[in-house]
Design a protein around this ligand. Structure first.
Ligand code: 5AD
Ligand code: SF4
Length: 441
């Protein structure tokens, strides 16, 4: 038997990218096995993100280091995958001698052929976007898994065209994956011992699949996955507020294993900004969706994404974001400064005119407020009994396990007789802004 080569994959960016890296490992499984030791690799893939300038900067810096490694090991090959590959195409080969291979997110099936070209001493590139590719038939290799939680990609691409965002250009048209293949993958994961799946897509609420005369939409798909087994938790990311229907919320309410946690990126609390961002909803609309969540899923946690210092953002606009955060009482948020991305609508139409120090100050105000809100929200959980899926040993203490409750909050508690993959019943007696501390019952 020919010995397999060693593949090291480094992934940046979103959960979608982590899921794609598992597809890549599967596509190459016949010839390559993954390693988590970069020093023994024959092939290094960097799966990249373009969402903000600093995400790309990290990759450029990493490529300089990989250039040194290649000088020491003449057989080492380096490939750039993902969004930066799609955005920069040949430029990556031209500007960085360390790069042998450039492959966009819809071209991973082509990797064996491209690697043959690289093997014969050429550079290789495929950045063709597809209108159909969903990798539906590929069983991802879960090479970096805790054996408990797994990602399942249910759709690809995005056609929302938020004016600041590069994703519609790097990941192409929206397409959904055959629901039966999603259910089959879920079944397989459960049989292998997994107890949580996260259904992934850039905009999961616009999932749709036509079978004969009936339509599987996202609530229906969630239901199909929920009934695979009540012991399997189901999460999803990410939702766009414009498509968050009451029907979806009622479906989540109906099944205890559909996790009570909604991530609903707001981006800004100001109508002026939302219009310029092309978010397709207003502050009032967003607040109506929040009211629906609180009415239909009173136990749900709510999290969000924000962008500070978008084009022409005034102090009053910024205050509206802060007041939105106060009003909703988010449990958690990913908070960013606006980073202009080449070729997006915003880069063509609006000057990036908020000075860096103003962006930074506004972001800091948002972070400070969110820290206060997270602590406030977590304090409400003190005194409650929660069900925790045990994911691993706590980073801070070998005697403690760490897991999450349905609301996606991290819970740390003494190990007792539980093991990884079990559900533990935990009484919460204390918290910080980031963690709930408990004892088992
Ligand atoms: N600048 C800053 N943040 C951005 N995001 C998307 N594009 C940009 C950008 N150009 C943020 C949004 C999105 C999250 C994934 O990244 O908040 O929801
Ligand atoms: Fe980054 Fe967006 Fe691409 Fe994910 S889809 S890797 S967040 S640019």
């Amino acid at each position: 038997m020919v010995q397999k080569k060693k593949l090291y994959i480094e992934t940046y960016g979103c959960q979608m990218n982590f899921s794609d890296s598992e597809i890549v490992a599967s596509v190459l499984a016949e010839t390559h096995e993954t390693t988590n030791d970069v020093k023994e690799a024959d092939l290094i893939f960097i799966n990249t993100c373009s969402i903000r300038d600093n995400a790309e900067d990290r990759v450029w810096k990493r490529l300089i280091q990989l250039g040194y490694m290649k000088r020491k090991n003449k057989n080492l090959k380096v490939g750039i995958l993902g969004c930066m590959a799609e955005r920069l195409k040949e430029k990556l080969l031209e500007q960085q001698a360390a790069v042998d291979l450039v492959v966009g997110p819809d071209a991973y099936r082509n990797l064996p052929k491209l690697l043959n070209e690289v093997g014969s001493g050429q550079n290789a590139i495929n950045v063709i976007l597809s209108e159909e590719e969903t990798y539906a038939d590929i069983s991802p290799v879960r090479y970096d898994s805790n054996g408990v939680s797994a990602y399942i990609s249910i759709m690809r691409g995005c056609e929302n065209f938020c004016s600041y965002c590069v994703v519609p250009y790097t990941r192409g048209k929206e397409r959904s994956r055959d629901p039966q293949t999603i259910v089959n993958e879920t079944n397989r994961l459960f049989e292998e011992g997994y107890r949580e799946v996260t259904l992934l897509g850039q905009n999961v609420n616009s999932y749709r699949w036509q079978i004969d005369n009936s339509m599987v939409d996202f609530p229906k798909l969630l239901e199909m996955v929920a009934i695979v087994n009540p012991q399997l938790r189901v999460r999803f990311a990410t939702s766009h507020p414009k498509d968050l229907s009451d029907d979806l919320l009622y479906t989540i309410a109906k099944y205890p294993n559909l996790c009570k946690s909604i991530h609903l990126p707001v981006q800004s609390g100001s109508d002026n900004m939302l219009l310029k961002m092309n978010r397709k909803y207003t502050r009032t609309w967003y607040l109506d969706r929040i009211a629906a969540i609180k009415r239909i899923l009173p136990d749900a946690s709510i999290s969000t994404d924000t962008i500070s210092g978008f084009c022409s953002e005034t102090e009053a606009d910024h205050q509206e974001t802060l007041s939105m955060m106060e009003h909703v009482g988010y449990d958690f948020a990913y908070m960013f400064k606006y980073s202009e991305r080449p070729d997006t609508a915003a880069s063509k139409r609006f000057p990036d005119d908020i000075p860096e120090e103003v962006k930074a100050r506004r972001l800091q105000e948002i972070i400070d407020l969110q820290s206060k809100l997270s602590l406030q929200q977590n304090k409400k959980d003190v005194g409650k009994i929660v069900e925790v899926l045990v994911e691993g040993v706590s980073k801070r203490s070998k005697e403690h396990f760490s897991g999450r409750n349905s609301q996606n909050k991290v819970v740390v508690f003494p190990k007792e007789n539980y093991k990884i993959g079990d559900y533990a019943t935990v009484y919460i007696y204390e918290c910080t802004g980031g963690t709930l501390k408990g004892r088992t019952l």
